[in-house]
Design a protein around this ligand. Structure first.
Ligand code: C2O
Ligand code: CU
Length: 554
C-alpha cells in the first residue's frame, strides 16, 4: 500500500452554538476535524502537535493496527498523553478494513470535539461490492455541550456526581434549524438529480444511540465498522456511538429541499430529565433552478426517542456479506470461553468486602470497575514492570443468577475498583458472552467496543443467556463482523474472534459515561512464535508517563 502523511495540530478555538461561545480543543481548527483518506492496506503517519491546554491522545477507531499497539492511542492503556507543547507521530497501519472508520481523542472526554472520519477506499484496482456510487458524502453525528467539558468531567469524577448531559446534537458540526441561534448555519448537502451517493455516517456522539433518516429518500446500508454487509433497504437506521455505516442513497425525488434528521434513541423506559432529545437536522438540497416549497419536509420515518422495537428491528438485519470475495472466518472450535457481565452500579464498594456504600456511581465488567493506572499497560507489559496491572480479570459462571429480573439486586454482587486484565495466547479462538444485568432496574444498551480486532456477533437475545439452548441458535454462516456492537438492555450478545494481533487492547462501552465509570477491561494478546507474529519494537519516542515510583521499575 501507499504511505500518507498528515499533520494534526490541536488548539483551543472558540465556537458558537446555541447562542453561546466556548473555547474547545479541535484539530486543524475544524469541528469535526480533517478527513483521512486512504486505500485498503495503506499506511498513514499522523504527526500530532499538541498546542492545546491539556494532554491528549488519538485513537484510530476500527483500525486493527496489526502488531502495532504503540499507535493505538487509548490513554493509560497503550500510551500516556501527548503533553501540551509536544508532539507524537502515530503510524496507522491499515490491513483488511474497508469502508468508513473514524479517529478520535482517547483521553478524558476530549473526543467530544477532537474527532473526524476515516475513509478507506477499496485497494487500487478493486471495486466496491455494489454499483459504483457517483459521489460520496460524510455525515458525522456529534454531541454539543454548552459548558467546558474538561471542567465538567473533572468535577463529576472528583465528587462522584453525575457526568454531564449534552445540550444538543450536531451533524457535521451544526445543530440545525430546530435549535436556537442556528439561522443560516444548518449543514447543507447539495445533490444532483439522478446521482447515486455513498453516505459515510459516523456516530461520534458521546453518550447516545441515534436514529437517522432522510425525508423522502430510501437508504440502503451496505457496510458497517469497516466491513461490508448484506444490503439492508430501510427508511431509517439506528447507529450506536462508535459505529460507522456506509449507506447508499439515490437522489431520485422531486427537486427541492429535504431534512436529514437524527434523534437520540434511549433504551431506558422513560425520558430522563435533563437529557437532550431534540432533533438535529441538516438539509439535502437538489441543485437546479426551481423555487422550493418551504419548509423542507421532515422524515416521517424517523423513530421516536423511546422506540425500542424500531432499534431492534433495524439491528437484527445486520449480516456479513459472506460472499466468495468477502468470506466469513468465524471460528468454529473455541479455545477460550468467557462470560462477562455488564453492569451499572449504584454504589462502588471500593476494595471492600462489607458492602459499604460510598455513594459513587460506577459501572463494571464482571463486577470489576476499571481503574486507570498511572503507567500505561502496554509499557508495563512490554518492559515487565510489575505493580501496574494484575492478570486476574475474573471468570464468571454463566447463568448463575437471574441477571435480568426486575428484582436483581446490587447487593448480590459487590463491585470493586481494580486494574485487572485478561491475558490470551496468540491464535486463540475466543467466544465471549456479554450479559447485560439489571442492577439499577433501569438497564440500557451497552455498545461494547474492542480495539485491535474485529469480531463476529454470532448471537443475541433478551433475558439471561442460556448455556444449553442459546448456542444452538448461533449464526455461524453470515454473522456481522464489527468492532462495536450493542449488548441489548436486559439481554446478551455472543461474539467470536481469533487473537491474531499481539498487543494490549482496550475493551469498553462506547458510552463515555460508562467508560469513565469503569465499564472497561484490557486484553493482552501474547506474541506468537515468530517475529512476524510478535509486537513490533516500540517507536524511538513515546510520550512519557509521569512515573512516580521508580522503585517499581526493578
Ligand atoms: Cu472509539 Cu476505545 O474507542
Ligand atoms: Cu454502557
Amino acid at each position: 500500500g501507499d504511505v500518507h502523511f498528515y499533520d494534526f495540530v490541536i488548539t483551543e478555538k472558540n465556537f458558537t452554538r446555541l447562542c453561546m461561545t466556548k473555547s474547545m480543543p479541535v484539530v486543524n481548527e475544524s469541528f469535526p476535524g480533517p478527513v483521512i483518506r486512504v486505500h485498503k492496506g495503506d499506511t498513514v503517519f499522523v504527526n500530532v502537535y499538541n498546542e492545546g491546554d491539556y494532554g491528549v491522545t488519538i485513537h484510530w477507531h476500527g483500525v486493527k493496527q496489526p502488531r502495532n499497539p504503540w499507535s493505538d492511542g487509548p490513554e493509560y492503556i497503550t500510551q500516556c498523553a501527548i503533553a501540551p507543547a509536544s508532539n507524537f507521530s502515530y503510524e496507522v497501519i491499515f490491513s483488511d478494513e474497508e469502508g468508513t472508520l473514524w479517529w478520535h481523542a482517547h483521553s478524558d472526554w476530549t473526543r467530544a470535539t477532537v474527532h473526524g472520519a476515516i475513509v478507506v477506499l477499496p485497494a487500487i484496482g478493486s471495486t466496491y461490492p455494489f454499483p459504483e456510487p457517483d459521489e460520496e458524502e460524510i455525515i458525522v453525528l456529534a454531541a454539543w455541550y454548552i459548558g467546558d467539558l474538561k471542567v465538567l468531567v473533572d468535577v463529576a469524577l472528583d465528587t462522584g456526581g453525575d457526568l454531564p448531559h449534552s445540550e444538543a446534537y450536531t451533524i457535521n458540526g451544526e445543530t440545525g434549524d430546530f435549535s436556537e441561534c442556528s439561522n443560516g448555519k444548518t449543514y447543507r448537502w447539495m445533490v444532483d438529480y439522478g446521482k447515486k451517493y455513498l453516505l459515510r455516517i459516523v456516530n461520534a456522539v458521546m453518550n447516545a444511540e441515534m436514529f437517522f433518516a432522510v425525508a423522502g429518500h430510501n437508504l440502503t446500508v451496505v457496510g458497517m465498522d469497516g466491513h461490508y454487509i448484506k444490503p439492508i433497504a430501510t427508511d431509517y437506521i439506528m447507529i450506536s456511538p462508535g459505529q460507522t455505516m456506509d449507506v447508499l442513497l439515490t437522489a431520485n425525488q422531486s427537486l427541492g429541499q429535504y431534512y436529514i434528521a437524527a434523534r437520540q434513541f434511549s433504551s431506558e423506559n422513560v425520558a430522563v430529565t435533563g437529557f437532550d432529545h431534540a432533533n438535529v437536522t441538516a438539509i439535502l438540497e437538489y441543485r437546479g433552478n426551481y423555487s422550493f416549497p418551504s419548509p423542507p419536509s421532515f422524515p416521517s420515518t424517523l423513530p421516536l426517542y423511546l422506540d425500542f422495537s424500531a432499534a431492534v428491528n433495524f439491528t437484527k438485519h445486520i449480516r456479513s456479506l459472506a460472499s466468495q470475495d468477502y468470506p466469513v472466518h468465524v471460528p468454529l472450535n473455541i479455545s477460550t470461553r468467557m462470560f462477562i457481565t455488564v453492569s451499572m452500579n449504584s454504589i462502588l464498594c471500593a476494595g471492600c468486602s462489607d458492602g459499604s456504600d460510598d455513594g459513587i456511581l460506577s459501572t463494571s465488567l464482571n463486577n470489576i470497575s476499571w481503574f486507570n493506572p498511572t503507567t500505561d499497560v502496554l509499557f508495563a507489559y512490554y518492559r515487565n514492570i510489575s505493580g501496574v496491572y494484575t492478570p486476574d480479570f475474573p471468570d464468571f459462571p454463566p447463568s448463575f443468577y437471574n441477571f435480568t429480573g426486575d428484582e436483581f439486586s446490587e447487593n448480590i454482587i459487590l463491585t470493586v475498583q481494580a486494574t485487572k486484565v485478561k491475558i490470551l495466547n496468540y491464535n486463540e479462538t475466543v467466544e465471549i458472552v456479554f450479559q447485560g444485568t439489571n442492577v439499577l432496574e433501569g438497564s440500557v444498551n451497552h455498545p461494547m467496543h474492542l480495539h485491535g480486532h474485529s469480531f463476529y456477533v454470532v448471537g443475541s437475545g433478551f433475558g439471561n443467556f442460556d448455556n444449553e439452548t442459546d448456542p444452538q441458535g448461533f449464526n455461524l454462516v453470515d454473522p456481522p463482523e464489527v468492532t462495536t456492537f450493542g449488548v441489548p438492555k436486559k439481554g446478551w450478545i455472543a461474539i467470536r474472534f481469533v487473537t491474531k494481533n499481539p498487543g494490549v487492547w482496550f475493551w469498553h462501552c462506547h458510552l463515555d459515561r460508562h467508560l469513565s465509570w469503569g465499564m472497561n477491561t484490557v486484553f493482552i494478546v501474547k506474541n506468537g512464535d515468530t517475529a512476524e507474529t510478535s509486537i513490533r519494537p516500540p517507536p524511538a519516542y513515546m510520550p512519557s508517563c509521569k512515573v512516580p515510583l521508580l522503585k517499581d521499575w526493578r
